[in-house]
Design a protein around this ligand. Structure first.
Ligand SMILES: Nc1nc2c(ncn2[C@@H]2O[C@H](COP(=O)(O)OP(=O)(O)OP(=O)(O)O)[C@@H](O)[C@H]2O)c(=O)[nH]1
Length: 374
């Protein structure tokens, strides 16, 4: 049955698209950030309506500027510049707090609660200690607001100069505090990213995911019941390339192949080096005839241009063979799917290579073999 809200479902799905190769923990982290952006944008829109109604055009303009900053941050986040996005958001946030307080006097409780909610959401998946610290931070905001209000009340015993000093100190503390908390979150994201890039999760030669990482991510994909296609890709006659042109040339072919496959596949597809010259591709959501189309595009696209080797001195025509397997509904066995793709790869090789075999059909693309152009 069609979803009653296909547009809403499509919109929400956009937020579930993650950069390739994330572990379940990192996906949770990204999903949390996504919620923060949705919340931030929604708050700005609501706030804009409120300000329009109040006729506060100056602060409305700032609010709309912040909305734009949030949208820029969202794009930065998607481009995996999480630390920059978090820092920019923190600075924008502090600017808005300062400006709001100066504009409204000290009665900008809305901002405090908005950022309280924001920090609570940041903290949802964090460790207990960090959650306690953030909750304390959230509580300190209305408390500070209350103190400022008290100081400003009609019975305020402090001289005007003192009151101004108090307000400036409070604003400074708030600003530094928020900057530190949010920038520190940015740093933790950056550390996460560094670990991701240097923690042996990638194959050193090609930059594809390591086998262990690929299997881990693949198992994660099988937790829900969505479609999944597995392709096993093998370079045709790599041994001959190694013998003829040297092993370094073979290495260059493998590196370039991964680059080409990535450029053909979608962002959410994973490319992993399974062993030697074999790669496994995991394509979530891909099923039916589209699987054969993608396999054909890979065979044709990856070998469309010659592979340049030996520092540009030579170039080679290199072909691929692909075995394809599609997940049947309820199937949770990743190894079984990979084995099926492997059997189909064997059939493609037996058929002369340079083509693909899926569960249902044989799809040769051209003749077998490699041809040296230069
Ligand atoms: N240059 C290079 N070669 C590799 C690497 N890993 C595996 N190989 C080589 O890939 C070749 C695989 O040989 P075969 O299994 O006979 O496959 P093939 O020559 O591609 O032949 P077909 O798969 O039948 O088309 C071997 O010569 C391996 O040494 C690598 O990281 N770099």
């Amino acid at each position: 049955m069609a979803s009653p809200h296909p547009h809403l479902a499509g919109f929400l799905r956009r937020f579930e698209q993650f950069p390739p190769g994330l572990t379940a923990d990192e996906k949770t982290f990204h999903a949390t950030f996504n919620v923060v952006y949705v919340l931030a944008v929604s708050c700005h829109l609501l706030y804009a309506i409120l300000l329009l109604w109040l006729g506060e055009m100056g602060i409305l303009a700032l609010n709309l500027a912040m909305l734009i900053v949030d949208l820029v941050c969202l794009q930065l986040h998607r481009a995996r510049r999480e630390a920059l996005a978090a820092t920019l958001m923190a600075l924008g946030t502090c600017a808005q707090i300062s400006f709001s307080l100066r504009y409204f006097g000290s009665e900008a409780g809305f901002d405090y609660f908005y950022f309280g909610a924001l920090l609570c959401i940041y903290s949802i998946r964090m460790s207990f200690m960090r959650r306690v610290l953030l909750c304390a931070a959230c509580l300190s905001m209305p408390l500070l607001a209350y103190i400022i209000l008290m100081l400003e009340g009609p019975t305020n015993p402090l001289p005007a100069g003192w009151m101004l000093a108090f307000r400036i100190i409070n604003l400074g503390v708030l600003t530094i505090f928020f900057t530190l908390v949010l920038v520190q979150m940015g740093w933790s994201v950056e550390r996460l990213q560094q670990r991701f890039e240097t923690g042996g999760r990638f194959d050193a030669l090609t930059g594809a995911l390591s086998r262990a990482e690929l299997v881990d991510s693949g198992r994660g994909m099988l937790i829900n019941n969505g479609a999944l296609s597995v392709m096993m890709v093998d370079v045709d006659h790599l041994a001959l390339i190694n013998e003829t042109w040297g092993r370094q040339a073979g290495d260059q072919v493998l590196k370039e192949l991964v680059r080409r496959m990535r450029s053909i596949l979608r962002g959410e597809d994973l490319v992993g080096r399974y062993g030697g010259e074999e790669f496994v591709l995991l394509c979530p959501g891909l099923h039916g005839e589209r699987v054969d189309q993608v396999a054909e595009r890979l065979c044709k696209g990856a070998s469309a241009l010659p592979f340049v080797i030996n520092d540009g001195l030579n170039s080679l025509d290199v072909n691929l063979s692909i075995g394809v397997a599609q997940r049947q509904s309820g199937d949770k066995d990743l190894e079984g799917l990979i084995a099926k793709a492997d059997v189909n790869l064997f059939r493609a090789k037996q058929d002369g290579g340079n083509g693909f075999v899926s569960d249902t059909q044989l799809g040769p693309v051209g003749g077998p073999g490699i041809a040296a152009i230069n």
